[in-house]
Design a binder for this molecule. Structure first.
Ligand SMILES: C[S@@+](CC[C@H](N)C(=O)[O-])C[C@H]1O[C@@H](n2cnc3c(N)ncnc32)[C@H](O)[C@@H]1O
Length: 309
């Protein structure tokens, strides 16, 4: 990391409304903990998405281009890709995620499952936009033949605010997209998913501090931080925060940071949408042929769309 990047992150955690980039939740352990979250009884997004695949994949495959280059944004365990590849029949699969051993192993086990498919991976941070040139390099001479279909499951797009989501989706050089979005539901249902009683989400959140210690050389003590998830009704988002459990001093390469008891660091937003409000984002981002595939519980939806470039 450059000094400028380190300073930017330290300034973020020292600010009055302290925050940490969401990518700090994901490292090797973060990837494993996220997979554990998807098994929690009250975290339904993954199960709902897999139900939609089970019931609707044939319809989904019909509206997306054939022989595509399937680009999985935030692929994680690549588990969802393993479900859709047999129906979507892409000619190439590109997994994109932050660098971690967890990601490397996930891609390698997907490759083993589909030995005849061309599988590539890109370890990078797409929070400032995803650049198609990286895909073109991997495609080489096939770059004119393979339509680009983005696979963006897990409601990962919900980490962006609605304006950022629109811009991110607009800037994708896409022929088609298959995207999953968590829908608005009663706050108590949402909060139960993010405040699980086993403490898995708390561990996922606190692990960001271990990641930060490794990257920045800080000495955060995870035992001195609690997990808090709240629903911000006005912004229609779940917010995750870390809460300082006592007055404490954290050392960094740029001096000491004082945290008072109760002070928080904002680590993640997870925006929730209605089917119409998310369709409006896809529409503003220049997509056409919008289709929604809503789970029977109305908790979760997948959208397909195409884009005339
Ligand atoms: C909510 S998880 C979803 C994982 C998987 N797609 C699924 O649906 O189960 C978000 C994934 O996006 C990745 N991710 C988050 N922020 C990212 C970023 N800025 N750049 C690249 N990958 C990112 C995480 O590492 C993680 O694997």
């Amino acid at each position: 990391m450059t000094e400028v990047e380190i300073k930017k992150i330290l300034n973020g955690i020292k600010a009055d409304k302290a925050s940490l980039p969401t990518r700090y939740l994901y490292d090797n352990l973060g990837g494993i903990l996220f997979e554990a979250i998807t098994e929690l009884p009250k975290y339904n997004a993954t199960r709902d998405e897999l139900d939609i695949f089970r019931d609707k994949l044939d319809e989904i495959a019909e509206v997306l281009p054939d022989n595509a280059c399937l680009i999985d944004l935030g692929a994680g365990s690549c588990r969802k890709a393993a479900h859709v590849i047999p129906s979507l029949q892409p000619s190439r699969y590109i997994a994109v995620d932050l660098p971690s051993d967890f990601f490397v192993q996930s891609v390698s086990s997907l490759e083993n499952k589909f030995p005849h498919l061309t599988v590539n991976s890109l370890s990078l941070d797409f929070s400032q936009g995803f650049k198609v040139e990286q895909v073109r390099k991997l495609q080489g001479k096939n770059s004119n033949q393979e339509p680009l279909v983005y696979f963006y499951p897990g409601s990962t797009v919900g980490n962006f605010n609605p304006d950022e989501s629109m811009k991110f989706l607009k800037d994708l050089s896409a022929d088609g997209i298959l995207i999953g979005v968590d829908l608005i539901k009663p706050p108590e249902v949402l909060l139960a998913a993010y405040n699980d009683k086993l403490g898995v989400t708390a561990a996922f959140n606190r692990n960001a501090l271990l990641h930060l210690n490794r990257d920045l050389g800080t000495n955060f003590d995870v035992e001195l931080w609690g997990h808090e998830a709240i629903f911000n009704d006005e912004k229609s988002r779940i917010e995750m925060h870390l809460v300082s459990l006592e007055n404490q001093i954290v050392e960094s390469s740029h001096g000491e940071i004082l945290f008072r008891k109760g002070q928080t660091i904002h680590t993640e937003n997870s925006y929730k949408y209605t089917v119409d409000s998310f369709k409006a984002i896809l529409d503003s981002a220049g997509y056409n042929n919008l289709n929604s595939f809503v789970h029977s519980s109305e908790r979760y939806a997948m959208f397909t769309a195409t884009k005339d470039l």
